[in-house]
Design a protein around this ligand. Structure first.
Ligand code: C2E
Ligand code: MG
Ligand code: MG
Ligand code: MG
Length: 280
């Protein structure tokens, strides 16, 4: 604390830091109310096969509609929910909401492929998480084969052997696994080979500046080649332009997700989108 460190340290507090501290404590205390007052909702962004635009799945992306502050993006509250531990409850709610939605879509014959849910390292480190996922599937009646989980590279590399165990337990029951934000962490290639994963998601920071940044293009190409060599699907996220899509097709990337195809959509908007497009 600045106060404890001494009289002169006050000058290190900038207006911006005060603002950040305020934001942080606002979010932290408001998160719990938000859960109780149902201020969260889940959007779904289509993921398509690059060759024929057929449905691979949808990524569940949480949104926070605050009554006074409006729509708050996940980057502003997920890290805080992780630090405070509230991600356990929030994550459980997101998973359940996605599974219930999936059951409804199955009943209505909406073709959504799989639903991919983001899970944070905090959730994955919980001893009871695997059991909670199994319970959720059982209670909602959503089939495990229709669920995918997106895990981050940083979770895997923190304790690779533990990650192999946790991920294997999901794989065994038929849940698909993808490594999110791939390329931003430090995955060791030897672990990558041992992990029971199905898919690599190239981080959007490597897609954004295609075709202007040759380094990003080289990285994207290398990830695609590595996925191919390891027999993994590779999905590019954040695809916004046809030039990027053409590049990815040329390098034999298998799947795409991005504003070029569809934004994250509410459940109703997704089923409309899916019914109206002519590619199935
Ligand atoms: P992510 O899992 O890597 O999700 C992809 C992000 O890219 C999403 O941002 C999505 O809306 C955005 N995106 C998709 N296509 C495009 C595009 O063409 N251009 C651009 N500029 N962006 C695109 P979003 O929804 O704001 O989520 C940000 C991050 O927050 C996610 O990154 C994920 O790390 C976290 N997050 C979101 N929902 C959840 C959740 O339910 N649980 C957890 N644990 N984390 C979540
Ligand atoms: Mg994701
Ligand atoms: Mg990602
Ligand atoms: Mg990301």
């Amino acid at each position: 604390e600045a106060k404890e460190a001494g009289r002169n340290t006050y000058k290190f507090y900038t207006a911006e830091m005060t603002q950040q501290a305020l934001e942080h404590s606002f979010v932290q205390s408001a998160l719990r109310d938000a859960l109780e007052q149902s201020q969260f909702f889940v959007t779904y962004q289509p993921q398509l096969r690059i060759k024929d635009y057929s449905m691979v799945g949808v990524e569940a992306l949480v949104r926070w509609q605050h009554p006074e502050r409006g729509l708050i993006p996940p980057d502003s509250f997920i890290p805080i929910a992780e630090n405070s531990g509230l991600i356990r409850e929030l994550g459980a709610w997101i998973l359940r909401t996605a599974c219930e939605q999936g059951v409804q879509w199955l009943n209505e014959q909406v073709n959504f492929g799989r639903i991919y849910v983001n899970v944070s390292a905090t959730q994955l480190h919980d001893e009871s998480f695997t059991e909670a996922v199994i319970m959720c599937l059982k209670e909602t009646g959503f089939p495990a084969e229709k669920l995918g989980l997106e895990v981050t590279e940083s979770f895997i590399m923190k304790d690779p052997q533990h990650a192999i165990n946790v991920l294997s337990s999901f794989k065994e029951i038929g849940i698909e696994l993808a490594i999110d934000d791939f390329g931003t962490g430090y995955s060791s290639l030897s672990y990558l080979k041992q992990l029971p994963i199905d898919k690599l998601k190239i981080d959007q920071s490597f897609i954004r500046d295609i075709p202007d940044d040759p380094n990003d293009m080289a990285i994207a190409e290398a990830v695609i080649a590595m996925g191919k060599a390891l027999n993994l699907e590779v999905i590019a996220e954040g695809v916004e332009s046809q030039i990027q899509a053409d590049f990815l097709l040329d390098k034999e990337c298998t799947e795409v997700q991005g504003y070029l195809y569809a934004h994250p959509l509410t459940a109703d908007a997704f089923s409309e989108w899916e019914k109206q497009r002519d590619i199935k």
